[in-house]
Design a protein. Structure first.
Length: 248
């Protein structure tokens, strides 16, 4: 029987999710993978952790990953993962990004998005958690999920606290982080970009990223939307494990 060396895989969840959002993916990984799924500051068990900044989150990542690892990130977690790949370049040997982007290219658009995120953070601070997550779930990019997936996602979101989500919007939102578009050509590690077939917005972003990255592949998950790890966890596990997958 062939023996496999243990491989560490760090999984970073998206905004309003927690580490539990990776359960179905982790369950389908081969046994020789060692999954590490932390709650990002402002979320889940780390809801009260402060400050909620990119620097602090990357320090958290460094603390739980003492050896080379594959970094998997969804949406906000993918954006953070890209920054971590540049900061921890001696440890991150591969990236798997789901529905992620390098940020907004235009400084004006980033400023506008930051103002919007800050306004949304004020709403989060002043609303019951369930009302806020129901509002977030109506985002156009998240539509089309089955009832079962939506119920599982909602249950995961209820593991959060409004103040933590507000802090995450202010410190880790799309407008808060600098754009990495100009630096993509310098990223020499392999990058897998996963998008759902129904996610036209991030499908287009993935193709643009693949053109800019030296070693990138795009995987399109059939019938899935933005949250591929929720809607098609087997497809994500296949990419992480580098099994046969459908690629564009």
């Amino acid at each position: 029987m062939m023996a496999y060396m243990s491989q560490s895989v760090l999984l970073l969840h998206g905004f309003t999710n927690t580490s539990r959002s990776w359960d179905a993916v982790i369950a389908q990984l081969p046994d020789h993978y060692r999954p590490i799924a932390p709650d990002i500051r402002g979320h889940g068990a780390a809801s009260a952790a402060r400050p909620v900044t990119l620097d602090a989150v990357i320090e958290d990542i460094a603390a739980v990953t003492p050896e080379p690892f594959t970094l998997v990130g969804y949406s906000m977690g993918g954006r953070i993962g890209l920054h971590a790949a540049f900061r921890l370049h001696d440890r991150v040997r591969r990236l798997v990004l789901i529905g992620a982007s390098p940020g907004l290219k235009d400084a004006v658009a980033r400023a506008e998005r930051r103002a919007s995120d800050c306004n949304l953070a004020e709403q989060a601070d002043g609303q019951p958690l369930r009302e806020f997550i129901e509002q977030w779930a109506r985002s156009p990019v998240l539509t089309g999920q089955t009832d079962a997936v939506r119920a599982a996602v909602d249950a995961d979101r209820l593991r959060n606290e409004p103040a933590g989500l507000a802090a995450a919007l202010r410190g880790l939102g799309t407008g808060a982080l600098p754009s990495l578009w100009p630096r993509l050509g310098d990223l020499e590690i392999p990058v897998d970009l996963i998008v759902g077939e129904r996610d036209a917005k991030f499908g287009a972003i993935a193709e643009q990223m693949a053109d800019a990255l030296p070693h990138a592949r795009v995987t399109v998950a059939p019938h899935a939307g933005h949250a591929v790890h929720w809607e098609s966890p087997a497809a994500v596990a296949d990419v992480i494990a580098e099994r046969a997958v459908r690629r564009s």
